[in-house]
Design a protein around this ligand. Structure first.
Ligand SMILES: Cc1cc2nc3c(=O)[nH]c(=O)nc-3n(C[C@H](O)[C@H](O)[C@H](O)COP(=O)(O)OP(=O)(O)OC[C@H]3O[C@@H](n4cnc5c(N)ncnc54)[C@H](O)[C@@H]3O)c2cc1C
Length: 615
């Protein structure tokens, strides 16, 4: 553990074994860019793990105005589109799909990554000859109500089942329950109190709730309050629909105030123990969030979800949906029929994405740097969209533009954005998140400890769960402690006590200022400490680590975000209700809740607004 890791492991160690690492410098020399981005895995997503160095640098150059002096000399591609979607996440892809469905015509989706999908992407490893896959961000979906909005959209994109069948138990060891999503809390669960609670390695408390947190190195007050939070039934009225009196009242207070009052617990307990799990893991401290955050998604989609089937997950999370949308838009983007199995298993045919003449083109590695009407936005017939690609600037024209990239970039790009919209976007805060996928050769160490999931307090991240995979496209039918798997660790950067903007920017400084090697060492040390009792040896058991850095991962609504303050409209409603000339606004963040269904719904509305212009 004390050997220097950075250069040696990065080049010659297990991370490189099986290939995929880009070495742009001399042999055995890692460029500063690669030392930051790190290993990207294999397969379609190997060049697109989170926001890579190239993606981040181009976006920051755009933010800092580095392209401004060159905009007018951008190369005119001569292309005119009916609709351009800025951002190729689920929202931008859905916008192209809605446009094609409702009107037909020519659409272009521009995205700054090496592959479409936005936060809905996958990481892929080959471990001892077996392919193992995990999500980079967007993970789960709920079984949609038959015939409802979500169900109809899934049907539109060829989702050929409403729930998955998952791997069966495999191997000779006695069976234990294994979760099927990273957010499940299985029966065989443990809490680990790390060095910040007084000793290294820290202290495990197995089946913590059943044992009333006995032996946990926490104060009696914290123990009592946590047990109250966990076990006392909460019968207080919940909002029934978005915008009802209860939801509006909740939006006037912080989530922290709400949790304290609702459960009769103290601020310290909320901040130390509940911050990452209560309120949907928005990413910042609950002191910065509107209390309605805890109820937003359930009230936005009351019809979805089947308790008996629980969370559903493609092995690669919601990238399954992004791939299905692309298959629907460009039928030969993947070999085979439009089925979940084919789209999940077959690689993307990148050459098909941006072919001249097809109704929808998807152009990757393109950072949009300016969107501007040709003349007065109220009367202009076209919008000019300028993007940077491999260091050069290009320009296309559009009759309508859907800004689906998110608040954090849209506010910089739309050059003629009115003050009203600018003020609205100034009220959007997004938080950083690191999604680390750690591939392990097997998970016997966890099995020996009696765990298939755990939470920890102190260190990087907060929880993990071993997952059995949905059975799609060639996934092995069984899963047991000897199977290779990927442990996904979500690292949030909540800094309770600081103002909302500062919590996000401090977290981003930390996320962006830490090299791959530093993170790798920290994860190895931490997992080594946590799982030593199960015989875990980081050098032997870790087959690879992929870091997915999302600088602006989650929207973080503050009180007043959802329904406005002092009778003024909520910032999201300003953007939803008032297109700016031929430019409309989408992305999940407009709903104030990060969920792929919001990405879809906002795209649907934004496209209808564009179509209304020509009606
Ligand atoms: C860690 C994490 C876990 C999540 N888990 C879930 C989950 O379990 N279930 C769920 O439903 N949702 C989840 N989400 C929410 C997720 O945000 C949505 O599901 C959905 O993927 C968002 O899609 P989007 O298109 O709205 O935004 P994004 O996915 O952010 O897509 C926007 C795209 O536009 C690109 N872009 C931005 N600016 C520009 C520009 N100037 N030029 C070119 N391209 C640009 C971005 O880089 C990105 O590729 C999670 C999110 C995160 C971060």
């Amino acid at each position: 553990m004390n050997e220097p890791i950075s250069r040696r492991d990065f080049v010659n160690g297990t991370l490189v074994a099986g290939a995929g690492l880009l070495l742009r410098g001399k042999p055995n020399e890692v460029s500063p860019e690669d030392a930051w981005t790190g290993y990207g895995g294999v397969g379609d997503y190997r060049l697109s793990n989170g926001n890579t160095w190239d993606v981040m640098s181009a976006a920051h150059a755009m933010r800092d105005g580095a392209f401004e002096s060159r905009i007018t000399s951008a190369i005119d591609t001569g292309e005119t589109y009916d609709c351009v979607a800025v951002g190729g996440g689920i929202s931008g892809l859905a916008a192209a799909l809605f446009y094609q469905k409702n009107k037909g015509g020519r659409c272009l989706v521009l995205d700054n990554h090496a592959i479409f999908g936005g936060e809905a992407k996958r990481n892929e490893f080959v471990v001892d000859g077996q392919r193992v896959i995990a999500h980079q961000g967007s993970a789960i979906f709920l079984v949609p109500k038959k015939g409802g909005y979500t169900d109809r959209f899934y049907e539109l994109i060829g989702m050929d089942r409403s729930a998955f069948t998952y791997q069966r138990w495999g191997g000779s060891a006695p069976e234990v329950p294994v979760p099927k999503s990273p957010y499940d809390e299985p029966k065989n669960y443990g809490f680990y109190f790390g060095p910040t609670f007084g000793q290294r390695p820290g202290v495990w408390v197995m089946q913590p709730w059943e044992r009333a947190l006995a032996d946990a190195p926490i104060s009696d007050v914290a123990r009592t309050e946590l047990m109250r939070w966990r076990t006392v039934r909460d019968d207080a009225p919940r909002p029934r629909s978005e915008g009802d009196a209860i939801s509006r009242q909740l939006d006037t207070i912080t989530l922290e105030e709400h949790l304290m009052a609702r459960h009769g617990i103290g601020r310290d307990t909320v901040r130390t123990f509940l911050s990452p799990v209560e309120g949907g893991g928005y990413g910042l401290g609950p002191d910065a969030l509107s209390a309605f955050c805890a109820y937003a998604i359930e009230t936005q989609f009351p019809e979805d979800g089947d308790d008996s089937l629980g969370d559903q997950m493609f092995p690669d999370g919601n990238s399954g949906f992004a791939r299905l949308i692309v298959k629907t838009l460009i039928p030969d983007a993947f070999a085979g029929k439009r089925t979940v199995d084919a789209v999940w298993r077959n690689p993307v045919r990148f050459a098909t994405l941006d072919r001249a003449g097809q109704p929808t083109r998807i152009r990757l590695g393109a950072t949009v740097v300016r969107v501007e009407h040709e003349g007065d936005p109220a009367h202009a017939s076209h919008v000019r969209v300028t993007y940077a690609r491999r260091g050069r600037l290009y320009r296309v024209r559009a009759r309508g533009v859907v800004m689906a990239g998110g608040s954090w970039t849209t506010k910089h790009i739309v050059h003629d954005l009115p003050a009203l919209h600018r003020d609205a976007y100034a009220q959007f805060y997004r938080s950083p998140c690191l999604m680390a996928n750690v591939a392990v050769r097997n998970w016997r160490f966890l099995y020996k400890m009696g765990l298939t999931g755990c939470r920890w307090f102190g260190g990087l991240g907060d929880y993990l769960a071993v997952r059995k995979s949905a059975l799609v496209g060639g996934v092995p039918p069984t899963f047991g402690p000897d199977s290779p798997t990927v442990l996904t660790i979500k690292v949030l950067f909540a800094k309770p006590g600081l103002p909302i903007g500062e919590q996000g920017s401090r977290g981003r400084t930390e996320l962006l200022g830490t090299s791959f090697a530093q993170y790798e060492r920290a994860f190895r040390e931490q997992l080594g400490d946590m799982f030593a009792a199960g015989g875990f040896d980081p050098r032997r058991d870790i087959a690879g680590i992929i870091l997915n850095r999302w600088g602006h991962a989650y929207v973080n609504p503050q009180p007043g975000f959802f329904f406005g303050v002092d009778g003024k409209p909520a910032p999201r409603d300003v953007l939803r209700n008032q297109p700016h000339g031929r430019v409309t606004f989408a992305n999940t963040d407009l709903a104030g809740a990060s969920d792929h269904r919001n990405s879809i719904r906002e795209a649907d509305r934004a496209v209808k607004q564009i179509l209304d212009l020509s009606a």
